[in-house]
Design a protein around this ligand. Structure first.
Ligand code: ZN
Length: 308
């Protein structure tokens, strides 16, 4: 018997290039180029973008222009901008801008939580819930990401029961969604399938978003496993930029153009124009002064419209 695969007709993409994609890059990108990247994503049809993070600029120099990026964001109907925040001070900074959505981060293990944001795992969860409450009180959206959901660079394996329990607790803050992040790129599709399905059931009707790094070349397979297991939103970065300054060895995010190609050819709509996205990735490669990991820009789409 052919197994029944649950395949949604549509998936939302969050472009995280301007934040997660850039934050680990040594080359400091100008505010103007960050805004061009945001424009390129919007022009390609992406409607939700993680644009910056409100963190200590001494720890993450690439994000020192968070306020300037926020001030330069184009006003577009139907486009939602997300800013990442680790604590109340960051939340205050975000709420002083026009950014629509606060992205809070909690971490599964104490060691990683301490290094990433100077909190224990439980503290990071409590703070995430509190700052989502601050966003709601100010009339903004709030979202919670569980970092290191599939493994920790310092403590190793992370029990799925721990992640499910954190998601259940995070859901009490009524975030627009809960994201499971494979911050260091250790997940494999079988783990993804199980964890996404368990968390989706635990937090329903709140949807699950996923965030994968391609550190071990399993990123795109993980996206497919997550989508078939019920994830509704997928993070990706144009060109496959990305890493994490506090996660040793973490490689780029899954490339937006490669993810879109896979989903669209599989009959999952994303509303994104692939040719424009490839153009954007080419431009970004010139800004970064290096080839980017995304493969579609090199191989091209299929079938090619121009080929007779
Ligand atoms: Zn990441």
């Amino acid at each position: 018997m052919v197994p029944v695969v649950h395949r949604p007709s549509q998936i939302e993409i969050v472009e995280v290039g301007p934040r997660d994609g850039l934050q680990n890059e040594a080359l400091i990108v100008s505010t103007a180029d960050k805004l061009k990247l945001i424009h390129a994503a919007i022009d390609a049809g992406i409607r939700r973008i993680e644009v910056t993070s409100f963190v200590n600029p001494r720890k993450v120099p690439q994000m020192a222009d968070a306020e300037a990026v926020s001030a330069g964001l184009p006003e577009r109907d139907g486009v939602t901008y997300i800013g990442l925040v680790m604590n109340e001070r960051g939340a205050d900074r975000l709420l002083a801008t026009r950014i629509h959505e606060l992205g809070a981060v909690c971490v599964t293990t104490d060691t990683f939580a301490m290094r990433n944001q100077g909190q224990t795992s439980e503290e990071s969860l409590a703070v995430a819930k509190r700052i989502v409450g601050m966003a709601h009180a100010a009339g903004r959206r709030g979202q919670i990401t569980i970092a290191a959901s599939f493994g920790c660079p310092f403590e190793g394996e992370v029990a799925q029961d721990r992640v499910v329990a954190m998601a259940r607790s995070a859901a009490e803050a009524r975030p627009v969604e809960i994201a499971l992040a494979d911050t260091i790129g250790v997940a494999v599709p079988a783990d993804v399938e199980r964890l996404v399905a368990r968390v989706a059931e635990a937090i329903a009707p709140i949807p699950v978003r996923v965030h994968f790094h391609n550190t071990r070349n399993t990123g795109i397979a993980n996206v497919w496993a997550a989508v078939c297991a019920g994830a509704r939103t997928v993070d990706a970065a144009l060109g496959g930029l990305g890493g994490c300054p506090f996660a040793p060895g973490a490689a780029g995010n899954v490339p937006t153009e490669d993810v879109i190609y896979m989903l669209q050819r599989s009959g999952v709509a994303t509303g994104v124009d692939l040719d424009r996205l490839i153009q954007g990735a080419g431009w970004l490669s010139s800004v970064m002064e290096k080839p980017l990991p995304g493969m579609l820009g090199r191989a091209g789409t299929f079938p090619k419209a121009s080929v007779q």
